[in-house]
Design a protein around this ligand. Structure first.
Ligand SMILES: NC(=O)c1ccc[n+]([C@@H]2O[C@H](COP(=O)([O-])OP(=O)(O)OC[C@H]3O[C@@H](n4cnc5c(N)ncnc54)[C@H](O)[C@@H]3O)[C@@H](O)[C@H]2O)c1
Length: 441
């Protein structure tokens, strides 16, 4: 390192902390890592490295204390590419694995990031917790209702720090919005309307089945999901439109936004019911089982919550393709990741709450990961606990299950099943393909 660079880092205080201000430049983070004593390091491994998993890991690696010691993926080309990418942030080579069970035996692994498709979250998260690792698991926390409870138990019984990847929970503009709502500044909260009209929700154009690409362990990709031949339109990235692996827009984006709607009312109880209409009405030439068109409402105790999506459209209410409208007696707040604005009600020609200019926002991956790393040190609960992850995924899955089984479900929270509804109950617990077994915790 040149003496100028060393001086700059010393002036910036970067030699004096392992977790501190957010460093955006990988090269600076790389240099700063050298000053962190081994006893202060957090050694991280990643399972599922292609896209979001690696993005999460890279947010961690911007922190001087964080070091990647191992990567696990079933695809050789992903492993090779991401191993190289890790070296932008650190000087040491991570080990690579194709089987997460071997990966979890890697010495000195403190924490695991899980960026696999949703159908793998439960098995990998439970195994990591039981191996004594702290876990950052991507959202939705699981691909079924039964797996959600198992994962909560795995985290709590093993005293693990588990952050769920709903990064809005670490977002300053979302906290400002919640403070306003909780402080009564928009009047009584009556309703939260949520929408997510994302184009990717229609899936990929149909293609015939084929052999899996070289270097891909497709049997391990399927894991507990039913056996089938490889199809590119159901694989990397586009798996989320097929029930065996994901839940479509309602769980994929739904959990991010429904989480904000539940936070607004400080909801800590299971859904009472879910009513859903919609279907697969558009884009028959695209491969998808999950619904391209959907309208849902959930009855909450003192306000109503709705979710809408029309996959393939690029716009929606307020001219935005996704967002939430928090509707109070005195004002409505429109918000999404990019920003938020207050629309006051008018009474006798006057605004009921002061007008204010629109405010900005963004996604908060980096803050969310930093919060996870801090909690590994302090052993406190992170911003998005397993209980948060469970609750919002339960709301989202109940909507999908309602539409898959006739349009309406009522949930019995104590019995952990739907009331008088065999068809819906058949979808609560996934039938794992042998030799995989639903974990018992
Ligand atoms: N928080 C967010 O904003 C956000 C955004 C996008 C995706 N996600 C979530 O991140 C997760 C990953 O999504 P993605 O878009 O990156 O998917 P992806 O298909 O691009 O990547 C998944 C990776 O997991 C690997 N994988 C599959 N099975 C594996 C196994 N058994 N062991 C090891 N690796 C395995 C695949 O080979 C692939 O590299 C999903 O749960 C998704 O919902 C979260």
């Amino acid at each position: 390192m040149t003496s100028n660079r060393r001086k700059f880092l010393q002036q910036a205080g970067l030699f004096t902390f392992g977790l501190g201000t957010l460093i955006h430049d990988p090269a600076i983070a790389k240099a700063a890592k050298k000053a962190v004593p081994p006893s202060d390091k957090i050694r991280i491994g990643l399972i599922g490295a292609r896209s979001m998993g690696f993005y999460d890991l890279s947010q961690a690696l911007k922190q001087p204390a964080a070091e990647c010691v191992a990567l696990c993926d079933i695809d050789d080309s992903v492993l090779a590419e991401k191993k190289k990418a890790v070296l932008e942030y650190q000087e040491t080579d991570p080990a690579t694995y194709k089987d997460y069970r071997k990966f979890l035996e890697h010495p000195d692994l403190d924490a695991v990031v899980i960026g696999t498709p949703d159908h793998w979250h439960c098995l990998t998260m439970v195994a990591a917790c039981e191996a004594g690792k702290d876990v950052y698991v991507e959202k939705p926390m699981a691909n079924s209702i039964a797996e959600l409870d198992i994962m909560v138990n795995a985290a709590r019984k093993n005293n693990r720090v588990v952050q769920v990847g709903q990064q809005q929970r670490s977002g300053t503009h979302w906290r400002e919005i919640m403070d306003m709502i909780h402080g009564g500044e928009i009047g009584q909260l009556r309703k939260v309307n949520i929408w997510g009209n994302f184009e990717y929700g229609i899936g990929q154009p149909e293609v015939p089945d084929s052999a899996p690409p070289e270097g891909v362990d497709f049997d391990m990709w399927l894991g507990p999901a039913p056996d089938r031949t490889f199809n590119k339109a159901r694989f990397h990235g586009s798996w989320r439109m097929f029930w065996d692996y994901g839940g479509g827009l309602a769980t994929d984006w739904g959990v991010h936004l429904i989480d904000m709607a539940l936070w607004a009312g400080k909801v800590d109880y299971d859904p009472v019911n879910a009513v859903a209409t919609g279907g697969n009405f558009a884009f028959p030439d695209h491969a998808h089982e999950t619904f391209d068109t959907m309208s849902v409402s959930w009855q909450l105790k003192d306000y109503n919550m709705t979710w809408e999506h029309s996959a393939g459209l690029g716009t929606g209410p307020y001219g935005k393709n996704y967002g939430l409208a928090f509707i109070g007696n005195d004002a409505t707040i429109f918000a999404n990741r990019e920003g938020w604005e207050v629309h006051p009600e008018v009474e006798n020609g006057k605004y009921k709450v002061p007008a204010m200019p629109p405010k900005g926002g963004r996604s908060y991956h980096e803050e969310h990961m930093k919060n996870f790393l801090e909690c590994i040190k302090t052993r406190k609960d992170p911003n998005c606990t397993v209980e948060n992850g469970r609750l919002v995924a339960l709301y989202a899955h109940s909507a999908n299950i309602a539409l898959r089984t006739g349009g309406m479900v009522a949930w019995d929270s104590a019995g952990r099943q739907f009331k008088n509804n065999d068809a819906a109950n058949a979808l609560v617990t996934p039938g794992y393909r042998k030799p995989w077994k639903l974990p018992r915790v």
